[in-house]
Design a protein. Structure first.
Lengths: 417, 152
């Protein structure tokens, strides 16, 4: 794999899933009288104690507003908050913390980019996305296209769920101004060859935006190696708190973009004659930020840094392999998305059953999955399904849980037979 | 196919299959598998739904599955008859329970029936609670709106 770097795992303890599960207190509970099997990580991942403790400690010992500098608590809060930004910078291997913007999540990050790039778009310009995008990487571009006369053009995918590279090569043309592509599909689990796409786009001076929401829980991206212009992700899928996310952007592009929202923090000087903007990253951070959440996200990344990432990826691969092997034990079950390179996400259907039936009856057995369109309606249309059932695994899931999922599915299948 | 008055009146749910039948049956169901097998069977009693009634005005929004609902008010007897369809089996079964409680009643009777209490009693409340996005709540509101309009 060329587009995803793996952290050095030397001198780290071996991967012990039982020990790791101790770090996630929420997992040790019963649901409907059965031990909880949480397989909805693609929607939102659970939080380790390190995150809960960091946020608790922040509020108990250091909370104050940031960047005010008049007292000790303010200094502590600012140090913790900016320390988290530095942790994120290292996680992404960005060149500078000026390039790390806090947002509410991936969705807000993409809206911010779309809004910021709007002045560069003209009638007839094209924004390339793919058919496997989450609505968050379609709708903001459609809104900007509406304003500017630009067009949103989808890259085709293959029936297996791989990006159709011929379609990409065909569509990438003189009118293409922006390539906005998901790193990993939330429905199919497909890992897109983003490094290759970015390289081709850059050769034509096309700006590149990567939706990393589903990638970061499984891989550590290196934004300098990828050479993307923008990369966005959400904290809550990366085992951190909800309500915060990250936009990485190249400094020279961010400098050039107009602010997204106006208010406190984002200004240098305000007067009724002329208001000037603060420097990066603050220009894009109007209002009091989500301080405790930033601290929590920093703690989540540090927690992940303490794990053996290579072993983690291997464990996740084993979960998916096991699941793939068991598909044939459930009559009528079919996987949607069989790309060559996948994260442990399994969308499926079972003949004769509606996804909501599957979800309801798995919940009865303590198993949490997601059902529905997964905010990817164009992809549902492509596969001609109203929705899918999706089991999405995290590194804290076990082989036993995969087996439990399949014995539960067999039971459901018998119930309807 | 268009629904005739007879189609509405032939719906066994709430007429031949009564609320008492359902609550009695539930008492003898031991585990979740038996309970859901019974719910799925109830769903199979939903009469065929006329294809030409699958239009926007009869669509119940807020469901993961597709849900359709039509009604017929019998001026002579003052009773309201309902037909429901869904492509999800569990939703069909839960809709059947709603019909058993509400179908073929006068709008006033219908409006005084507490569906939440019934679902609570059957230990199915979570399915109808506002936190579940399966549209049962929307289904019940739509029926109550229809009844309220007739009663007015």
């Amino acid at each position: 794999m060329t587009d995803l770097s793996v952290a050095n795992s030397a001198n780290k303890p071996a991967f012990d899933v039982a020990a790791i599960r101790q770090d996630f207190p929420i997992l040790a509970q019963q649901v409907n009288g059965k031990p909880l099997v949480y397989l909805d990580n693609g929607a939102s991942a659970q939080k380790p104690l390190a995150v809960l403790d960091a946020m608790d400690r922040y509020y108990r010992e250091m909370h104050s507003n940031v960047h005010r500098g008049a007292h000790t608590l303010g200094d502590r809060a600012t140090t913790a908050f900016e320390g988290a930004r530095e942790t994120v910078r290292q996680f992404l291997n960005a060149g500078s913390t000026r390039e790390i913007i806090w947002t509410r999540g991936t969705t807000e990050a993409i809206n911010l980019i779309a809004n910021g790039l709007a002045p560069r778009l003209n009638e007839g310009d094209e924004i390339l996305v793919s058919r496997m995008e989450h609505h968050a990487n379609i709708v903001p571009w459609q809104m900007v296209a509406e304003r500017t006369g630009a067009k949103v053009v989808p890259i085709d995918i293959t029936p297996e769920g791989d990006l159709d590279l011929d379609s990409f090569n065909r569509l990438l043309g003189d009118r293409t101004k922006i390539l906005a592509i998901t790193h990993v599909s939330n429905v199919l689990g497909t890992v897109n060859p983003v490094a290759e796409l970015i390289q081709k786009a850059r050769a034509r001076n096309v700006l590149t935006v990567v939706d990393g929401a589903q990638a970061v829980p499984h891989y550590q991206p290196d934004v300098q190696a990828l050479d993307c212009d923008f990369y966005a992700f959400s904290s809550h899928k990366l085992f951190g708190p909800t309500g915060i996310g990250v936009l990485y952007g190249k400094a020279r592009l961010l400098e050039d973009m107009p602010p997204y929202q106006g208010g406190g923090e984002m200004i240098e000087r305000v007067s009724f004659e002329k208001t000037t903007w603060n420097t990066l990253p603050y220009k894009f951070e109007a209002g009091t930020p989500a301080i405790a959440e930033a601290v929590g996200l920093g703690a989540a990344i540090k927690y992940l840094n303490g794990l053996d990432r290579a072993a983690m990826e291997a464990a996740e691969r084993s979960l998916l392999e096991r699941a793939n092997q068991l598909v044939e034990t459930v009559p009528g079950m079919e996987i949607i998305g069989t790309a060559k390179k996948k994260v442990p996400v399994m969308s499926f259907k079972i003949a004769g059953l509606h996804p909501s039936d599957i979800g309801t009856l798995l919940d009865q057995q303590g198993i949490a999955i997601r059902t529905g369109h997964h905010c990817a309606m164009p992809l549902m249309d492509f596969y001609g399904v109203p929705g899918t059932a999706r089991a999405s695994f995290a590194f804290y899931n076990t082989m036993e849980e995969v087996d439990q999922l399949f014995s539960a599915l067999q039971k459901i299948q018998r119930l309807f037979a | 196919m268009t629904a005739s008055e007879q189609d509405f009146k032939n719906n066994p749910l709430g007429t031949k299959t009564t609320l008492e039948d359902v609550t009695d049956a539930f008492e003898f169901l031991d585990d979740w598998e038996e309970r859901y097998a019974y719910i799925i069977d109830l769903g199979k009693q939903l009469p065929a739904f006329p294809d030409d009634a699958r239009m926007e005005e009869n669509y119940v929004h807020g469901c993961q599955s597709q849900v359709w609902l039509i009604h017929h008010y019998d001026e002579d007897t003052g009773k309201l008859y309902l037909l429901i369809d869904s492509d999800a089996m569990i939703v069909r079964g839960l809709a059947a329970i709603i019909l058993v409680a509400l179908n073929g009643k006068s709008p006033r009777e219908l409006l005084t029936t507490d569906i939440d209490e019934l679902f609570e009693e059957l230990d199915l409340f979570r399915h109808i609670s506002p936190t579940r996005g399966n549209g049962l709540r929307a289904m019940v509101s739509k029926i109550r709106d229809i009844a309220a309009a007739q009663a007015a």
